[in-house]
Each structure stands twice: as structure tokens, then as C-alpha cells.
Design a protein around this ligand. Structure first.
Ligand code: SER
Length: 319
């Protein structure tokens, strides 16, 4: 990885991944691609910035040529809940965009990182200890686009030798950029509300277990996989990765250890419940551990402590 392009650099993962890649590979070697949302000053002032839209293949080609890009992290997507509101747009970014990136990568010999998701599973998948290789019949547009991206990535490697690699991320918990329109967003919002109001109205139904991960581990996962010895990778794409699994009660109780007066009440959103009920309760990520040494650092306790500290600092409100 010498010249890297991030598509979706202003999103929840992209904003932090871009800065981490700049730290590791040098500011000038990491191009932050954005579409419509204005990038933060930190992103804009620390390295090259280009308007790139995965659905505009000509522009994508131009930027890849201009910077002699050899690695593309394609993070552009509509998250699960918003994809159900706008399925056509979700398909356009999540499938046509992914296809464009792979075609450009084929022409210019780039490696490609594609983030799939727990959303790539569905109601007929075994939801406990979900295996790496199992039934995938998602019933959301988000899931349909993620399975398609996984298959296309495998195909471009097998057919054209494009160095594609990817992960199935769980819900990502972070404190820099908010997620937008996902099913797992509650696990981020709860921290902001705990600091601001000591109270949270939870849109996720009681008893809904989902896999989660703290952002520092999510960044390491992407970069470690891209740097892994390819001869050890049996799967290449769509590795299950997880760091913890909890339901709303468990995370609420963890926050209470630091803010005893915190209370959580439920007002479950049936649309989010319908999506979450088809996703794993907890994934088996042993293939990622064996093939490239995946080993997350943050469990629920450390993540909660760090999130409260960072969000309290960011909002200027003590707890
Ligand atoms: N965080 C995503 C969502 O909730 C799942 O990958 O849509």
C-alpha cells in the first residue's frame, strides 16, 4: 500500500480510517474521497482530498490515475435502516458502485478493501455462533448489496486476480463521526444520551443480541487484513469479525457502573427490530483469527470506559 484512496472518507468508519492510514503511511499518500458531505477540517487539512463518487466511474478513473492509486478502501454505502427507505439508491451505491470500483481496480491493478456486514446474513442463517461459511439469504436491501459485494469481490479475485479483501463488520461503536441510519446505531447514541441526559430511550427491542466492535479494533482489522500474507488467506473476502455481543440491558448496566443514576427505557422501533432479528446474535470469527491473526483489544468494559471518557471530553460535560 503506497498510494491509497478512501471512498466514503467522511462516514463513520472512513473519517477515522483515513486519519489512521495517514498516520501509518504518510499524509500525502492517502487520498480522502468524499461525495456530498463536507469533510472535517482535520480531514481536509491533513492530506489530499478529492470529490469521488463510486457511481461515477469516469471520475473514479481520473482520481486513480492522478494519484497512481494502488489500494482502494471502498466504504461508500447506505446503512441498513436508511437502505430500506431508499432501496434503489442503496443498490446503486452498494452494487453499481462496488462494480465500478472493482472494474477500475482491474484496469489499474489496485487492491480493494470491501466492508461487508452482519447484515449479509438473514433469517435462515444459524444466528448463534454464526459460521464463516453458511446460509446467506438476507431479506433487506442492505444485506442483498453486501452479499453481492462479497460475491463480486471473490469473482474479481478468481477471474482477474484483483487483490480483493474484506470483512463482515458487526455494529461499530465510535466517538468521532456518528453512524447514519443503521440498525446498530443505538449502541453509539446511548453514550451521548448517558452523558447529556443520564437517560436513554432505546429504539432496539429488549433482549436483542448483536455483535459489536470498538472503532480502534475496526481500523486495525481493515489494515491488518490488507497487510496480511496473501498465501495464508483461504477466504480473502467477507471474514466474520467480532469483539463483543450484547443486548441493550447489558450495555445499559455497563454504563450504570460509571453513571449510577443512568436510566434506559424502551420504545422499540419495529422496523429496526425486524432487521436485527435476522442478524446473528454472535458470530464465529475463528477463520479471521487463524488466517491473519485477528485479535480484538476492546471488550465491553474497556470500550464503555473509553467511550464515556471521550464523549464527555467532546461535549464538555462531566459525568
Ligand atoms: N451498522 C450497520 C447497520 O446497522 C450494520 O453493518 O446498518
Amino acid at each position: 500500500m503506497k498510494n491509497i484512496l478512501i471512498i466514503g472518507s467522511v462516514g463513520q468508519i472512513g473519517s477515522e480510517l483515513t486519519m489512521e492510514l495517514r498516520r501509518r503511511y504518510g499524509n500525502d499518500n492517502v487520498v480522502a474521497g468524499f461525495r456530498s458531505t463536507q469533510p472535517s477540517e482535520e480531514l481536509a487539512n491533513s492530506g489530499p482530498l478529492e470529490r469521488v463518487d463510486a457511481t461515477d466511474v469516469e471520475r473514479l478513473n481520473e482520481v486513480v490515475k492522478k494519484y497512481n492509486i494502488d489500494t482502494i478502501y471502498n466504504l461508500a454505502a447506505l446503512l441498513s435502516a436508511v437502505a430500506e427507505e431508499k432501496p434503489q439508491a442503496a443498490w446503486n451505491v452498494g452494487v453499481n458502485g462496488v462494480y465500478n470500483v472493482l472494474e477500475v481496480a482491474r484496469e489499474h491493478n489496485c487492491a480493494v478493501f470491501f466492508p461487508s456486514s452482519i447484515g449479509a446474513f438473514g433469517p435462515s442463517t444459524p444466528l448463534d455462533n454464526t459460521p464463516q461459511d453458511t446460509i446467506q439469504r438476507p431479506n433487506t436491501m442492505y444485506g442483498v448489496t453486501k452479499v453481492t459485494g462479497e460475491l463480486l469481490s471473490d469473482y474479481y479475485f478468481k477471474r482477474f486476480g484483483v487483490d480483493t479483501r474484506g470483512l463482515r463488520y458487526p455494529g461499530i461503536i465510535s466517538n468521532v463521526t456518528l453512524p447514519g441510519g443503521g440498525t446498530t446505531d443505538y449502541a453509539v447514541e446511548i453514550f451521548y444520551e448517558a452523558i447529556r441526559n443520564k437517560k436513554y430511550i432505546c429504539p432496539m427491542a429488549a433482549g436483542t443480541f448483536l455483535d459489536m466492535m470498538y472503532m480502534p479494533d475496526a481500523l486495525d482489522a481493515a489494515i491488518d487484513l490488507m497487510e496480511a500474507d496473501p498465501s495464508k488467506l483461504k477466504h480473502r473476502n467477507a471474514f466474520n469479525v467480532t469483539a463483543m455481543s450484547f443486548d441493550p440491558e447489558i450495555i445499559s448496566n455497563e454504563i450504570k457502573k460509571h453513571i449510577p443514576e443512568f436510566i434506559m427505557e424502551y420504545d422499540a422501533d419495529p422496523r429496526k427490530k425486524a432487521i436485527a432479528d435476522t442478524w446473528p446474535n454472535s458470530m464465529d470469527d475463528s477463520c479471521a483469527r487463524e488466517e491473519w491473526g485477528w485479535n480484538p483489544k476492546y471488550k465491553l468494559g474497556e470500550m464503555t470506559e473509553d467511550m464515556l471518557k471521550e464523549i464527555s471530553k467532546k461535549l464538555g460535560i462531566g459525568y
